[in-house]
Design a protein around this ligand. Sequence first.
Ligand code: DAK
Length: 261
Amino acid sequence: MTTFKNIRLERDQALAVVSIDRPKAMNALNYDTLQELKVCFEQISGDHTLKVILLTGSGEKAFVAGADISYMRRMNAHEATEFAHLGHSVMMMIESAPQPVIAAVNGFALGGGCELTLACDIRIASTNAKFGQPEVNLGVIPGFGGSQRLPRLVGKGVASELLYTGDIIDSTEALRIGLVNRVVPQDKLMSTCKNIAEKICSKGPRAIQICKQTINNGCQMDIARASQYEAIQFGQCFASEDQTEGMTAFLEKRPPLFTGN
Ligand code: DAK
């Protein structure tokens, strides 16, 4: 297994927990951290024994306080483009991982940190979490998809206000605008996320994979095409053993024994 310097990867049966671990810099994303995240997601997304991925930040203060400003300050235009490409590829890997990815947001999720949560399927925040896209304070715009994913999640008007003002919002406001699914006390954050993960793990793995694909790809289509796409994806489920087992188990009044095939 690869050893990482800036992130930690732990496995707990079908759950992978990825923690960004640069506490001195509030887990800010420099080039090496993004590179490690890329390698890490390449590994775990190809591991069929893993059914859910949990992404969090080390410590109690920050999920990720953004892209690393001291690293970015020295970049020229070419390096900035490269950095943005690397960031985008990490976000795309998270979004296209076959397993659902849950962001356990344990503190500041600013700039690139907020963008990282946006690439995840589900966001659970601790009460002390704070969100924002403060790039305009630094004279730039989001470089890891924030200007695209935030409006798709919370709507164009609310996203525009956050992106133009650079305002930092607390977890209550994040819940109100639909940026997070739930807010829980910090000492309950990991257990809440693990409970959700366990529930997902107990379902048909093929159905979960197909469902993630269908949500993410369908959201990019108009409703007519998206409905056709859903029909095709629905049909795919019927090529799986899990579908036969799930329906047979229901009719036989017993819990299903899913295999992921
Ligand atoms: N980068 C580097 N270091 C950071 C950091 C960051 N984003 N955030 C915090 N740190 C460091 C601080 O410099 C400090 O280091 P020392 O001074 O101890 O060496 C340490 O973490 C603790 O921070 P503070 O002393 O500031 O702690 P406070 O509790 O007082 O404040 C804070 C916490 C999170 C509110 C504050 O640190 C803060 O405002 N941080 C910056 C937040 C921010 O602006 N984040 C957005 C970054 S912009 C692009 C690619 C990417 C992006 C854009 C374009 N292209 C290639 C086009 C993305 C941009 C961003 O993410």
